[in-house]
Write a protein that binds this ligand. Sequence first.
Ligand code: PGA
Length: 310
Amino acid sequence: MRQLTLHQLKVFDAAARHLSFTRAAEELFLTQPTISMQVKQLTKAVGLPLFEQVGKRLYLTDAGKELLATSREIFEQLSLFEMKIADIKGLKQGQLRLSVITTAKYVVPRLLGPFCRRYPGIEVSLQVTNHEGVLERLTANADDLYIVSQTPTNLDVQRYAFMENPLVVLAPRDHPLVNERNISLQRIAEEPFIMREPGSGTRQTVQKLFEKHDIPIKVRLDIGSNEAIKHAIAGGLGISVLSIHTLALEGDTGPLAILDVEHFPLPRHWYAIYPSGKHLSVVAQTFFDYLQAEGREAVDLGELMKLIRH
Ligand code: PGA
Protein backbone atom coordinates (compact mmCIF):
# COMPACT_ATOMS: atom_id res chain seq x y z
CA MET A 1 0.00 0.00 0.00
CA ARG A 2 2.82 2.38 0.85
CA GLN A 3 4.07 2.12 -2.71
CA LEU A 4 1.13 3.93 -4.23
CA THR A 5 1.99 7.29 -5.67
CA LEU A 6 0.31 10.68 -5.67
CA HIS A 7 0.13 10.49 -9.45
CA GLN A 8 -1.85 7.25 -9.22
CA LEU A 9 -4.22 8.85 -6.73
CA LYS A 10 -4.69 11.84 -9.02
CA VAL A 11 -5.52 9.53 -11.91
CA PHE A 12 -7.88 7.52 -9.70
CA ASP A 13 -9.61 10.69 -8.48
CA ALA A 14 -10.32 11.81 -12.07
CA ALA A 15 -11.55 8.33 -13.08
CA ALA A 16 -13.79 8.17 -9.98
CA ARG A 17 -15.22 11.65 -10.56
CA HIS A 18 -16.08 10.98 -14.19
CA LEU A 19 -16.76 7.24 -13.77
CA SER A 20 -15.08 6.98 -17.14
CA PHE A 21 -11.45 6.26 -18.04
CA THR A 22 -11.87 8.07 -21.34
CA ARG A 23 -13.03 11.32 -19.72
CA ALA A 24 -10.33 11.03 -17.05
CA ALA A 25 -7.76 10.66 -19.84
CA GLU A 26 -9.12 13.77 -21.58
CA GLU A 27 -8.99 15.81 -18.39
CA LEU A 28 -5.43 14.80 -17.55
CA PHE A 29 -4.12 14.86 -21.13
CA LEU A 30 -3.14 11.20 -20.84
CA THR A 31 -4.11 8.21 -22.94
CA GLN A 32 -6.84 5.82 -21.92
CA PRO A 33 -4.41 2.85 -21.63
CA THR A 34 -2.25 4.93 -19.24
CA ILE A 35 -5.30 5.49 -17.02
CA SER A 36 -6.15 1.75 -17.09
CA MET A 37 -2.57 0.87 -16.24
CA GLN A 38 -2.41 3.28 -13.27
CA VAL A 39 -5.75 2.03 -11.94
CA LYS A 40 -4.56 -1.55 -12.36
CA GLN A 41 -1.41 -0.88 -10.35
CA LEU A 42 -3.43 0.87 -7.68
CA THR A 43 -5.89 -2.05 -7.54
CA LYS A 44 -2.97 -4.40 -7.07
CA ALA A 45 -1.55 -2.28 -4.25
CA VAL A 46 -4.95 -2.14 -2.51
CA GLY A 47 -5.63 -5.81 -3.11
CA LEU A 48 -9.30 -5.32 -4.02
CA PRO A 49 -11.10 -4.07 -7.15
CA LEU A 50 -11.78 -0.32 -7.11
CA PHE A 51 -14.29 -0.17 -9.98
CA GLU A 52 -16.92 -2.57 -11.22
CA GLN A 53 -18.71 -2.53 -14.52
CA VAL A 54 -22.45 -3.20 -14.63
CA GLY A 55 -23.73 -3.17 -18.18
CA LYS A 56 -21.99 -0.24 -19.85
CA ARG A 57 -21.62 1.80 -16.66
CA LEU A 58 -18.71 1.97 -14.30
CA TYR A 59 -19.28 2.09 -10.54
CA LEU A 60 -16.98 2.51 -7.56
CA THR A 61 -16.77 -0.54 -5.29
CA ASP A 62 -16.82 -0.04 -1.51
CA ALA A 63 -13.02 -0.22 -1.54
CA GLY A 64 -13.03 2.39 -4.33
CA LYS A 65 -15.25 4.72 -2.30
CA GLU A 66 -12.97 4.39 0.72
CA LEU A 67 -9.93 5.12 -1.40
CA LEU A 68 -11.64 8.16 -2.94
CA ALA A 69 -12.42 9.61 0.51
CA THR A 70 -8.85 8.93 1.68
CA SER A 71 -7.23 10.40 -1.42
CA ARG A 72 -9.37 13.58 -1.09
CA GLU A 73 -8.13 13.94 2.50
CA ILE A 74 -4.55 13.47 1.37
CA PHE A 75 -4.89 16.16 -1.32
CA GLU A 76 -6.70 18.48 1.06
CA GLN A 77 -3.87 18.10 3.59
CA LEU A 78 -1.29 18.69 0.87
CA SER A 79 -2.97 21.86 -0.29
CA LEU A 80 -3.19 23.09 3.30
CA PHE A 81 0.52 22.46 3.58
CA GLU A 82 1.08 24.29 0.28
CA MET A 83 -0.93 27.20 1.61
CA LYS A 84 1.10 27.40 4.79
CA ILE A 85 4.27 27.45 2.74
CA ALA A 86 2.78 30.11 0.45
CA ASP A 87 1.92 32.14 3.55
CA ILE A 88 5.51 31.88 4.65
CA LYS A 89 6.71 33.00 1.23
CA GLY A 90 4.02 35.69 0.96
CA LEU A 91 2.67 36.52 -2.47
CA LYS A 92 5.99 36.09 -4.22
CA GLN A 93 5.02 32.67 -5.43
CA GLY A 94 1.90 30.61 -5.52
CA GLN A 95 -0.83 29.27 -7.68
CA LEU A 96 -4.24 30.59 -8.55
CA ARG A 97 -6.60 28.02 -10.00
CA LEU A 98 -9.75 29.46 -11.50
CA SER A 99 -12.68 27.71 -13.11
CA VAL A 100 -15.04 29.98 -15.03
CA ILE A 101 -18.16 29.72 -17.20
CA THR A 102 -17.77 30.41 -20.89
CA THR A 103 -18.97 34.02 -20.83
CA ALA A 104 -16.46 34.98 -18.14
CA LYS A 105 -13.61 34.23 -20.53
CA TYR A 106 -14.43 37.54 -22.24
CA VAL A 107 -13.58 39.40 -19.04
CA VAL A 108 -11.46 37.37 -16.62
CA PRO A 109 -8.28 37.50 -18.73
CA ARG A 110 -8.58 41.29 -18.70
CA LEU A 111 -8.85 41.22 -14.93
CA LEU A 112 -5.89 38.89 -14.66
CA GLY A 113 -3.61 41.21 -16.66
CA PRO A 114 -3.19 43.91 -13.99
CA PHE A 115 -3.32 41.32 -11.18
CA CYS A 116 -0.44 39.32 -12.65
CA ARG A 117 1.57 42.48 -13.27
CA ARG A 118 1.15 43.33 -9.60
CA TYR A 119 2.13 39.82 -8.45
CA PRO A 120 4.42 38.51 -11.20
CA GLY A 121 5.45 35.34 -9.32
CA ILE A 122 1.94 33.89 -9.33
CA GLU A 123 1.09 31.10 -11.71
CA VAL A 124 -2.48 31.13 -12.96
CA SER A 125 -4.50 28.29 -14.40
CA LEU A 126 -7.84 29.15 -15.99
CA GLN A 127 -10.35 26.41 -16.84
CA VAL A 128 -13.20 27.51 -19.07
CA THR A 129 -16.28 25.31 -19.21
CA ASN A 130 -20.07 25.59 -18.96
CA HIS A 131 -22.13 26.02 -15.80
CA GLU A 132 -22.46 22.30 -15.17
CA GLY A 133 -18.72 21.76 -15.70
CA VAL A 134 -17.83 24.50 -13.21
CA LEU A 135 -20.19 23.02 -10.61
CA GLU A 136 -18.61 19.59 -11.12
CA ARG A 137 -15.19 21.07 -10.44
CA LEU A 138 -16.53 22.95 -7.40
CA THR A 139 -17.99 19.73 -5.98
CA ALA A 140 -14.64 18.00 -6.51
CA ASN A 141 -12.82 20.94 -4.86
CA ALA A 142 -10.62 21.13 -7.98
CA ASP A 143 -9.85 24.89 -7.98
CA ASP A 144 -9.46 27.90 -5.67
CA LEU A 145 -12.25 30.11 -7.01
CA TYR A 146 -15.13 29.66 -9.42
CA ILE A 147 -17.01 32.17 -11.54
CA VAL A 148 -20.65 31.45 -12.33
CA SER A 149 -23.79 33.41 -13.12
CA GLN A 150 -26.17 31.26 -11.08
CA THR A 151 -25.06 30.23 -7.61
CA PRO A 152 -25.75 26.57 -6.76
CA THR A 153 -28.75 26.03 -4.48
CA ASN A 154 -27.62 22.69 -3.06
CA LEU A 155 -24.18 23.80 -1.84
CA ASP A 156 -23.22 26.26 0.84
CA VAL A 157 -20.99 28.83 -0.84
CA GLN A 158 -19.52 32.24 -0.22
CA ARG A 159 -20.21 34.57 -3.12
CA TYR A 160 -19.55 38.03 -4.39
CA ALA A 161 -21.27 39.59 -7.40
CA PHE A 162 -18.53 41.50 -9.19
CA MET A 163 -20.03 42.49 -12.54
CA GLU A 164 -23.25 42.61 -14.55
CA ASN A 165 -23.62 39.94 -17.22
CA PRO A 166 -26.88 40.70 -19.08
CA LEU A 167 -28.26 38.46 -21.80
CA VAL A 168 -29.38 39.92 -25.13
CA VAL A 169 -31.13 38.60 -28.22
CA LEU A 170 -28.81 38.53 -31.24
CA ALA A 171 -29.75 38.41 -34.93
CA PRO A 172 -27.92 39.03 -38.21
CA ARG A 173 -27.61 42.75 -38.92
CA ASP A 174 -29.88 42.49 -41.98
CA HIS A 175 -32.67 40.69 -40.10
CA PRO A 176 -36.16 42.24 -40.61
CA LEU A 177 -36.67 42.57 -36.81
CA VAL A 178 -33.57 44.75 -36.35
CA ASN A 179 -35.50 48.01 -36.70
CA GLU A 180 -38.54 46.98 -34.69
CA ARG A 181 -39.10 48.15 -31.12
CA ASN A 182 -40.30 46.20 -28.10
CA ILE A 183 -40.67 42.90 -29.96
CA SER A 184 -42.77 40.35 -28.04
CA LEU A 185 -41.37 37.04 -26.77
CA GLN A 186 -44.09 35.36 -28.80
CA ARG A 187 -42.73 36.94 -32.00
CA ILE A 188 -39.16 35.88 -31.16
CA ALA A 189 -40.34 32.31 -30.57
CA GLU A 190 -41.41 32.11 -34.22
CA GLU A 191 -37.80 32.50 -35.37
CA PRO A 192 -35.50 29.46 -35.65
CA PHE A 193 -33.48 29.43 -32.46
CA ILE A 194 -29.85 28.50 -31.86
CA MET A 195 -29.36 27.24 -28.34
CA ARG A 196 -26.31 26.57 -26.15
CA GLU A 197 -25.74 22.92 -25.21
CA PRO A 198 -27.42 21.13 -22.25
CA GLY A 199 -25.50 21.96 -19.06
CA SER A 200 -25.08 25.60 -20.09
CA GLY A 201 -26.30 28.31 -17.72
CA THR A 202 -27.26 30.54 -20.65
CA ARG A 203 -29.49 27.78 -21.97
CA GLN A 204 -31.12 27.25 -18.56
CA THR A 205 -31.92 30.94 -18.23
CA VAL A 206 -33.42 31.17 -21.72
CA GLN A 207 -35.50 28.02 -21.21
CA LYS A 208 -36.77 29.29 -17.85
CA LEU A 209 -37.85 32.61 -19.35
CA PHE A 210 -39.82 31.02 -22.19
CA GLU A 211 -41.30 28.35 -19.90
CA LYS A 212 -42.40 31.03 -17.43
CA HIS A 213 -44.40 32.69 -20.21
CA ASP A 214 -45.57 29.35 -21.52
CA ILE A 215 -44.11 29.98 -24.96
CA PRO A 216 -42.50 27.08 -26.85
CA ILE A 217 -39.40 27.87 -28.92
CA LYS A 218 -38.26 26.25 -32.13
CA VAL A 219 -34.70 25.12 -31.44
CA ARG A 220 -33.02 24.58 -34.77
CA LEU A 221 -29.66 23.59 -33.36
CA ASP A 222 -27.63 23.23 -30.17
CA ILE A 223 -24.08 24.55 -30.25
CA GLY A 224 -21.57 24.25 -27.42
CA SER A 225 -19.73 27.53 -27.99
CA ASN A 226 -20.67 31.22 -27.87
CA GLU A 227 -18.31 32.04 -30.74
CA ALA A 228 -19.70 29.27 -32.95
CA ILE A 229 -23.23 30.52 -32.21
CA LYS A 230 -22.23 34.02 -33.30
CA HIS A 231 -20.96 32.60 -36.59
CA ALA A 232 -24.16 30.57 -37.02
CA ILE A 233 -26.27 33.71 -36.51
CA ALA A 234 -24.13 35.61 -39.01
CA GLY A 235 -24.56 32.67 -41.39
CA GLY A 236 -28.34 33.09 -41.23
CA LEU A 237 -29.10 29.89 -39.29
CA GLY A 238 -31.25 31.66 -36.73
CA ILE A 239 -31.29 33.98 -33.74
CA SER A 240 -29.98 33.33 -30.24
CA VAL A 241 -29.61 34.70 -26.73
CA LEU A 242 -26.09 35.29 -25.45
CA SER A 243 -24.29 37.41 -22.89
CA ILE A 244 -23.64 40.95 -24.12
CA HIS A 245 -19.97 40.42 -23.25
CA THR A 246 -19.65 38.04 -26.21
CA LEU A 247 -19.70 41.24 -28.33
CA ALA A 248 -16.75 42.73 -26.44
CA LEU A 249 -14.39 42.82 -29.41
CA GLU A 250 -16.63 43.57 -32.38
CA GLY A 251 -18.93 46.20 -30.83
CA ASP A 252 -21.58 47.43 -33.27
CA THR A 253 -19.45 47.13 -36.37
CA GLY A 254 -19.76 43.35 -36.64
CA PRO A 255 -22.34 41.25 -38.50
CA LEU A 256 -24.63 40.89 -35.46
CA ALA A 257 -27.29 43.21 -34.06
CA ILE A 258 -29.07 43.25 -30.70
CA LEU A 259 -32.85 42.99 -30.99
CA ASP A 260 -35.12 45.12 -28.82
CA VAL A 261 -37.18 42.36 -27.19
CA GLU A 262 -39.43 42.62 -24.11
CA HIS A 263 -37.74 41.37 -20.87
CA PHE A 264 -34.33 41.96 -22.47
CA PRO A 265 -31.57 42.73 -21.64
CA LEU A 266 -32.11 40.05 -19.03
CA PRO A 267 -30.21 41.21 -15.95
CA ARG A 268 -27.70 38.76 -14.48
CA HIS A 269 -24.39 38.92 -12.65
CA TRP A 270 -21.15 37.07 -12.46
CA TYR A 271 -20.36 35.77 -9.02
CA ALA A 272 -17.00 34.69 -7.66
CA ILE A 273 -17.78 31.77 -5.38
CA TYR A 274 -16.07 29.13 -3.23
CA PRO A 275 -17.36 26.47 -0.82
CA SER A 276 -18.10 27.96 2.61
CA GLY A 277 -15.77 25.65 4.53
CA LYS A 278 -12.81 26.17 2.22
CA HIS A 279 -9.66 27.88 3.49
CA LEU A 280 -8.62 30.23 0.72
CA SER A 281 -4.90 30.44 0.03
CA VAL A 282 -3.31 33.88 0.40
CA VAL A 283 -3.21 34.14 -3.39
CA ALA A 284 -6.87 33.18 -3.84
CA GLN A 285 -7.97 35.53 -1.07
CA THR A 286 -5.97 38.35 -2.65
CA PHE A 287 -7.63 37.72 -6.02
CA PHE A 288 -11.08 37.53 -4.39
CA ASP A 289 -10.43 40.90 -2.67
CA TYR A 290 -9.10 42.34 -5.95
CA LEU A 291 -12.31 41.31 -7.74
CA GLN A 292 -14.35 43.09 -5.09
CA ALA A 293 -12.24 46.22 -5.18
CA GLU A 294 -11.45 46.54 -8.87
CA GLY A 295 -13.47 43.93 -10.79
CA ARG A 296 -16.02 46.43 -12.03
CA GLU A 297 -13.38 48.67 -13.59
CA ALA A 298 -11.91 46.04 -15.91
CA VAL A 299 -14.66 46.43 -18.50
CA ASP A 300 -16.45 49.46 -19.77
CA LEU A 301 -19.95 48.05 -19.41
CA GLY A 302 -21.42 51.45 -20.33
CA GLU A 303 -19.81 51.20 -23.77
CA LEU A 304 -21.23 47.70 -24.25
CA MET A 305 -24.69 48.78 -23.10
CA LYS A 306 -24.62 51.53 -25.72
CA LEU A 307 -24.93 48.74 -28.27
CA ILE A 308 -28.52 48.32 -27.11
CA ARG A 309 -30.59 50.88 -29.00
CA HIS A 310 -33.75 51.88 -27.17
P1 PGA B 1 -22.63 28.92 -19.67
O1 PGA B 1 -22.75 30.11 -18.65
O2 PGA B 1 -21.29 28.97 -20.27
O3 PGA B 1 -22.89 27.69 -18.80
O4 PGA B 1 -23.75 29.15 -20.65
C1 PGA B 1 -22.60 31.38 -19.13
C2 PGA B 1 -23.43 32.38 -18.35
O5 PGA B 1 -24.33 31.93 -17.62
O6 PGA B 1 -23.14 33.58 -18.50
